[in-house]
Design a protein around this ligand. Structure first.
Ligand code: NAD
Length: 359
């Protein structure tokens, strides 16, 4: 049966990297007879300029219809002065919450060819392959009440609410454990249960979920220790599962272990496995229009889409192998280019992946 894929290029380098990812998607569609139907829509600054809102109803309607969404990146300085509710990033947040994309998967995978690009010693990171599973639609980023109030003594006070219900913890737990089954079968749950009651419950529910996966090992770690361990000995982890705020911070730290943000894909899944796939980086206005952006994170997001939503692991593996092949050939965009490498443009990198896919 045909599958609907919605393409949201976004802003600045978004359309540049998306053009390369779509080339790759169309090629695997024909190589593996996937019967994909591609559609396009506006999101972020591009949507704001064209329609006055960052998430137009037409985009939301198409997103609800789609089996999977491929997103470039949104935002840029020209929209910095727009009021908060209409900022480009609000379009993205709105899409995530409207579609209930509660499970954010961020792999931190270091291609051995790029080990020298990491901020850590190559022996600490070579072969690194971590999957961070972050709860994306709950926790302190969404908890109510929230705001800034003025106390009786005239002093202002900011406040937020850190809240997780049992069912929210359970569903992200099941996602993490089922993903661990496809990997090294180890889940480390990150919390702050020595201080925060909400994460006492988190830990308790993770223990319960673990009983359904006797083949997967569960361990627990406080978030401060997890931050330390990620930069001390990152290869000890397989799957890390955590709440929204801790996951936000830890996944960015893990991303930097791999050297270039231009290499990292991500997925955000709903309860039925439908998802939005996007690179971890932003719209990089500083390099937009120069043809130098690295399209590999977006191309690898296509691979994640094939694996997690479209259930085509062989097509996903072919894309990942093609990326590795291109790196073996010494081809590099500017962000990952070192002495002795061959520097290529955004579209040359896309073409090289296509050639490697074909061979
Ligand atoms: P950024 O990720 O866009 O850029 C950070 C640095 O990394 C820049 O120097 C940039 O040139 C470089 N970089 C990023 N992607 C690259 C790529 N593919 N190839 C080569 N170099 C790359 O982060 P920022 O500068 O903090 O944010 C820029 C805009 O993007 C802001 O408006 C921000 O709100 C938005 N943003 C969007 C998303 C998203 O759409 N998911 C995520 C983060 C930031």
């Amino acid at each position: 049966m045909s599958k609907k894929i919605l393409i949201l290029p976004g802003d600045h380098i978004g359309p540049e990297i998306m053009a390369e990812a779509v080339k790759v998607l169309e090629r695997v569609d024909s190589l593996y007879s996937l019967d994909l139907q591609l559609d396009h829509a506006l999101l972020g600054g591009a949507a704001l300029d064209a329609t006055g809102v960052p998430l137009p109803p037409e985009t939301l309607a198409k997103a609800r219809e789609a089996d999977a969404i491929l997103l470039g990146a949104v935002g840029g300085p020209e929209w910095d002065k727009v009021e908060a509710a209409r900022r480009p990033e609000k379009g993205l947040l709105g899409l995530r919450s409207e579609l209930e994309l509660f499970g954010n998967l961020r792999p931190a995978l270091l291609y051995p060819q790029l080990a020298a690009a990491s901020s850590l010693k190559p022996e600490l990171v070579a072969g690194l392959d971590i999957l961070i599973v972050r709860e994306l639609t709950g926790g302190i980023y969404f908890g109510e009440p929230r705001g800034i109030r003025t106390l009786e003594n005239g002093e202002r006070q900011g406040y937020n609410t850190y809240v997780y219900s049992e069912s929210e913890i359970r569903r992200i737990g099941h996602l993490a454990f089922s993903l661990a089954r496809q990997r090294d079968k180890r889940v480390c749950s990150v919390d702050k249960s020595n201080v925060l009651e909400v994460t006492v419950l988190w830990r308790e529910i993770m223990e319960e979920v673990a009983k359904d996966y006797p083949d997967v090992t569960l361990s627990h770690m406080y978030v401060d220790n997890a931050a330390m361990q990620l930069v001390r000995a990152p290869k000890q982890f397989d799957v890390l599962v955590t709440g929204n705020m801790f996951g936000d911070i830890l996944s960015d730290a893990a991303a930097m272990l791999t050297g270039s943000i231009g290499m990292l894909p991500s997925a955000s899944l709903d309860k039925d496995g439908r998802g939005m796939y996007e690179p971890c980086h932003g719209s990089a206005p500083d390099i937009a229009g120069q043809g130098i952006a690295n399209p590999l994170a977006t191309i690898l997001s296509v691979a994640m889409m094939l694996r997690y939503t479209l259930d085509k692991p062989e097509a996903a593996a072919a894309i990942e192998a093609a990326v590795s092949d291109v790196l073996d050939q010494g081809l590099r965009t500017a962000d990952i280019c070192a002495e002795g490498d061959t520097r290529v443009s955004t579209s040359e990198m896309g073409d090289a992946v296509l050639r490697a896919l074909q061979s």
